[in-house]
Write a protein that binds this ligand. Structure first.
Ligand code: FES
Ligand code: FES
Length: 212
């Protein structure tokens, strides 16, 4: 009995190993294809007929940011975050991890919080992008921004713009949150200075102000 079980387990492991090998082989072709786009060197990485090839040089794009249209030229590989910071001088959103884990670069796209370091600028065309710059006008602060100030919800400040945008996107959809809702709603952002108590309270206060 034990012998049969052992054989079955071995077969299962061999199958899994094969699946992993196949996956890695496939992935390496896909990665190589990405690196060689435009060179024509990789015969197996042909695009689907009808697919438009852009780049690797700069292409003209138009982005709608905080209600205004901006025309710029970027290579297709450029992220939304870098396009705003480097091409348009809109620098409120911060680049920290640059790999979609910390949330410092959070912007709102069509009402949803997104990591702008993990989104290509070219893909953001035709969408409504909202950045931290939209939360204050002529000295008037949005309730989220005012609540962060009131609760001293920042230290170094690197995570703060991302947290404020995540907070706004969350409160727009959940106007009457409890503390546990806020904890979950802001769980995609990290504060290395540990200001979680202040910023969660800021979210609750901003919700109350908006209600009032
Ligand atoms: S900089 Fe984008 S998630 Fe960290
Ligand atoms: S205030 Fe420093 S990382 Fe959040």
């Amino acid at each position: 009995m034990r012998g049969k079980k052992g054989k079955a387990q071995k077969l299962k492991e061999e199958k899994l190993a094969l699946t992993r090998r196949d996956f890695l082989r496939g992935a390496s072709v896909a990665v190589s294809g990405g690196m060689l786009v435009g060179s024509g060197a990789l015969a197996t990485a042909r695009p689907t007929p009808g697919t438009e090839i852009l780049g690797p040089g700069e292409v003209p794009i138009t982005l709608k940011i905080n209600g205004a249209l901006h025309k710029l030229s970027v290579e297709p590989r450029v992220t939304l975050l870098d396009a705003l910071r480097n091409n348009l001088d809109i620098t409120g959103s911060k680049r920290v991890c640059d790999r979609g884990t910390c949330g410092a670069c959070t912007m709102i796209m069509d009402g949803k919080a997104v990591y702008s370091c993990s989104l290509l600028a070219i893909e953001a065309q035709g969408h409504e992008i909202t950045t931290i710059e939209s939360l204050s006008h002529a000295g008037h602060l949005h309730p989220v921004m005012a609540a962060f100030v009131e609760n001293d919800a920042q230290q170094c400040g690197f995570c703060t713009p991302g947290f404020m945008m995540a907070c706004k996107a969350f409160l727009d959809k959940h106007p009457h949150p409890k503390l546990e809702d806020v904890e979950e709603g802001l769980s995609g952002n990290i504060c290395r200075c540990g200001t979680y108590h202040g910023l969660r309270q800021a979210a609750l206060d901003a919700a109350k102000t908006a209600k009032a």
